[in-house]
Ligand binder design. Structure first.
Ligand code: ATP
Ligand code: MG
Length: 593
């Protein structure tokens, strides 16, 4: 794994596209958005009118008009109360919009990731994926919940206030407006630096999370190989890199905010001097000066806040880019229109001159051809890394070959609907994966059409009935990745779940790890029952399994070196015979090939 995930090169091209794509996420929630805009307009109106009532009250007080004072203070109170209510509504609506949009994004990401080809997961560490669906999405949430609404509110106040300021006093209005271009200029100047800093923090966070995820999963290995100091050192490197990247981002912001604030304060001071002059000259009334003062505060408030808003936007932009790179990953090619979806398969399998590589230029299978007839059991043997597991992966279409074809019942597997094909081919993988949940969840794997009796029968057939005897029976908890079951027990559970769906083709990648003699004899006994009456392709490591197969394919460096029955191949004295000789305990049938 690379030491750190590198942030993407800086190009401005994608920025506006990212902004447009982020905004498009709101489209499905346009009603709520319109609602928020309505509330914001109401709020802006109240924000602007309440001070006017206040100014009138001040004016009445200056003139000694008691009735006027009471009237305007009451009006001010009512407007202020409405404003509080509108503010409450604004928070509700904007947070609701933000959370809805983000829940959508999360759902889209999760679905999209589930539709991506297996290749994608080969190159993407799990921890970095988790970062994107949690931390990056959180950064977006902030923008949708507060950022956009706040910016809209600020802009609305600015736009509404400009004519009011001009009406009150054009010179002072012009001086106030002069601050705007300066603030925009400074923001643009800082924008690029801050965006880069945010990109870096997100990439570093992703590296850190990826590393932690791997570290926690590998703790037993770390212990056994005394890797703790090494892991701590690697963690520290990533942790400090993240801290420094964060610091860089905050440093930029810490520089940016006071500069914007000083510009705003300078402009405010200039306006005040001007205003004071005019008031003493008698060209400005009390009422006007009071309102102008409050209006100016309102005018400069959003300008001062701009750095904050900008910050949220830039962080969201960096996070958005990362979320979109995942959404832009091309999913598995969809099933062809009119794809075959037979309820049952006959169970004939054929590989026709199949060439396959995981990585360009590194062939794994080089021209594999063989046929498996209905009901036949074929064993695949060969040295480690020969390509046995890869053959199985092609059959259930986890990958597609670059050349040649894999046929099931005479049809290319690519012409089947994936779900239909996979529902009739059961696979028991080399290392069994179990989900956190109950025994029953893991046996059923979401297949609601299976009755409880089917599961019980399958368990009994493959000697996995110990599962029913666990504390809690089928409802017993299985910990993440089956941590509370032994390797042999997991294997038996995997047999049971393969058998439960009564598949037409069974694909078995025999575990190479040793299991205790008792479990092994259970598995030996279970296997023939599992294979009975269906086509089976078994990557076999146990001599006993190989012997019982109808035919043996012997694989070497991605090529089919030999094919025949156990006796035929032994007689031939080739690779298979050598493999058998090497397996030390071949005499009692428990040797491993
Ligand atoms: N996801 C992958 N990405 C890249 N290369 C891979 C991937 N999976 C396997 N390989 C490579 O493909 C070759 C064949 O692997 P495969 O898993 O099919 O071997 P195998 O015959 O099943 O070995 P074993 O008996 O050890 O299980 C190996 O050289 C391996 O390095
Ligand atoms: Mg393998």
């Amino acid at each position: 794994m690379k030491d750190f995930e590198q942030p993407p090169d800086d190009t401005n091209r994608g920025d506006w596209r990212t902004v447009a794509r982020l905004l498009r996420l709101i489209v499905p929630h346009r009603r709520l958005l319109l609602g928020s805009i309505g509330v914001l307009i109401l709020l802006s109106g109240l924000t602007l009118t309440a001070p006017w009532a206040f100014a009138l009250a001040v004016d009445s007080m200056a003139k000694g008009n008691a009735a006027g004072l009471v009237r305007y203070v009451t009006l001010f109170g009512v407007l202020a109360a409405f404003r509080v209510a509108a503010e409450f509504l604004r928070l509700q609506v904007t947070v609701l919009t933000g959370q809805r949009v983000i829940a959508d994004v999360r759902a889209r990401l999760f679905r999209h990731i589930h539709a991506l080809p297996v290749r994608f997961f080969d190159k993407t560490p799990v921890g970095t994926l988790v970062t994107r669906v949690t931390n990056d999405v959180e950064a977006l949430a902030e923008m949708f919940s507060s950022g956009i609404a706040a910016i809209f509110h600020d802009l609305l106040i600015l736009v509404l206030l400009v004519p009011v300021l001009f009406w009150l006093n054009p010179t002072m209005a012009l001086v106030s407006l002069a601050a705007l271009p300066a603030v925009v200029g400074i923001s643009l100047g800082f924008g690029r630096r801050m965006r880069l800093a945010y990109r870096e923090t997100r990439a570093r966070l992703s590296s850190l999370n990826g590393f932690q995820q791997e570290a926690f999963t590998g703790i037993p290995v770390t212990r056994l190989f005394r890797r703790e100091p090494l892991m701590v050192e690697r963690f520290d490197r990533r942790n400090l890199a993240f801290r420094d990247a964060n610091f860089k981002a905050i440093f930029n912001f810490a520089l940016f905010w006071p500069i914007v604030d000083s510009v705003a304060t300078l402009a405010l001071a200039a306006v005040l001097v001007l205003g004071a002059n005019e008031a003493t000259g008698g060209t400005l009334t009390h009422r006007e000066l009071t309102y102008f003062w409050i209006a100016l505060q309102m005018f400069f408030h959003p300008i001062r806040e701009m750095s904050d808003r900008f910050n949220v936007l830039l962080a969201a932009l960096a996070a958005g880019e990362r979320v979109f790179t995942i959404l832009d990953e091309v999913p598995e090619t969809p099933d062809a229109p009119g794809a075959l979806a037979p309820a049952r398969l006959k169970g004939e399998v054929e590989f026709k001159d199949v060439h396959f590589s995981y990585l360009d230029g590194e062939p794994v299978l080089r021209g594999i051809s063989f046929k498996v007839r209905k009901g036949e059991t074929v064993a695949i043997v060969g040295p480690t890394g020969a390509g046995k597991t890869s053959i199985l992966a092609l059959l259930s279409r986890l990958w597609d070959p670059q050349q040649g074809a894999v046929l099931v019942d005479g049809e290319d597997v690519r012409s089947y609907a994936r779900h239909a094909l996979r529902s009739r081919i059961a696979v028991v993988m080399q290392d069994v994966f179990l989900f956190a949940g109950t025994v029953e969840d893991n046996l059923r794997l979401g297949n609601a059409s299976l009755a409880r009796e089917d599961l019980e029968r399958a368990c009994a057939t493959v000697h996995a009935d110990f599962l029913g005897k666990l504390d809690g029976g089928f409802s017993a908890d299985i910990r993440e990745r089956g941590g509370n079951l032994s390797v042999g027990q997991k294997q038996l559970l995997a047999f049971a779940r393969a058998l439960a769906s009564d598949p037409d083709i069974l694909v078995l990648d025999e575990a190479t790890s040793s299991i205790d003699t008792e479990t092994e004899s259970l598995i030996q006994d279970a296997l023939p029952k599992l294979l009975l009456g269906r086509t089976a392709i078994v990557v076999a490591h146990r001599l006993s399994t190989v012997r019982e197969a109808d035919r043996i394919l012997c694989l070497h460096h991605g090529r089919l070196a030999e094919e025949g029955t156990h006796e035929e191949l032994l007689k031939k004295g080739g690779l298979y015979a050598r493999l058998c000789q090497l397996s030390y305990a071949s005499l009692n049938g428990r040797g491993r090939i």
